[in-house]
Design a protein around this ligand. Sequence first.
Ligand code: URA
Length: 440
Amino acid sequence: MLPQEIIRKKRNGQALHEKEISFIISGITDGTFSENQLAAFAMAVYFQGMSLDECTILTECMMRSGRVLDWSDLDLNGPVVDKHSTGGVGDKVSLMLAPIIAACGIYNPMISGRGLGHTGGTLDKLESIPGYNTHPDNALFLRTVKDVGCAVIGQTADLAPADKIFYSVRDVTATIESVPLITASILSKKLAAGLDGLVVDVKTGNGAFADQLDMAEKIANSIFDVSNHFGVKTSALITDMNQPLGRTVGNALEVRETVDYLTGADRDPRLHEVVIALAAEMLAVAGLTKTIEQGVEKANEVSASGRGAEIFNRMVSALGGPADFIENYNQYLPQAPIVKPVPASKTGYITSIDTRSVGLTVVELGGGRKKVTDSIDHSVGLDTHVALGENVKAGQPLAEIHARTEEQLNAAIQTIQNAYIISESPPDPAVSIIDRINYK
Ligand code: URA
């Protein structure tokens, strides 16, 4: 088989056979399919798409390019379920959801990623906790999941390695936004984690990479179809990303908000709605509740009990962080030297927020990467004070910027003032959960 003939076939809009897809994926890992050929293949798929069968085969080949976890030896007394989010600004849901659903009896091995472009990454957030090991060895990872109920860690080198290479080529060749390639990329990693169930949170809006609802619907349906085909019970939610999720954006700030949420000290209502909705879907795919309403009730009860905070603390400690993190988190989390408010430029209603620009502000403050090798400043970011639809007075703080330098502070104040649009009339009420595709 010749790589160029397979690329030509896809370029001309023909469906590929299993052997051809498998040849490409093994070629990625053994180096016989060059990066140039991979880039051309990705562009051919971007324009010509893939059938459900092709996408399913691609997913399976990528999943089998590395190790597939098997939990059966561990004698777990509950189902193994995970959640995946396509990413957004201020999306710290994984940090609160993992311990809450663990407290409900689900085992959650959560393989998470780093910040990408304007969106934050769960691993970067967790690394603001001193000592937290995002890349434990396999034995520690499995032990933590068994003993604590959840472990949020980074992708290991042996989990879907073909995706790692393919993704890095797509990232620099404008081929990320392809529904079959996104589906195979996300699911190859998730299915390699040996799950019984999966819930996908597809974000849409001006802070998501699927900025149009139509694209989000296509991604959600595609993941739903392929994942259920593999026998992994899967549901998808489409949720709003037209404003930051929760109060804070920035690594340590988001961990602080997580602790406040889990202990009940401070719960942003929109964030709470998304956490509970995802928890209810996870309970349903896990078979632990019969209806979504029962799942909402159970998740609310557990979240009010504070058991999530206790489990979060045990996970942090098991993975190398402080044993008293929940009680003393302010001592442990880094704080930026400068904290200043962003005043509203006029009186009126917040009618739109350029969420992507809010995410990029955190990158400019040093809280995200401009290139993969950059190190990040975990302390910086912003604490928002107002949400879409709120009425503000001129001079009232829209947010507080946490910055390292005066220069970065002043640039951030300017960007945030431009990002928050203030008008005389209120906008339509914001909706957090836009659509659901439930496993039946
Ligand atoms: N997240 C992934 O893991 N892969 C994609 O292709 C897009 C988002």
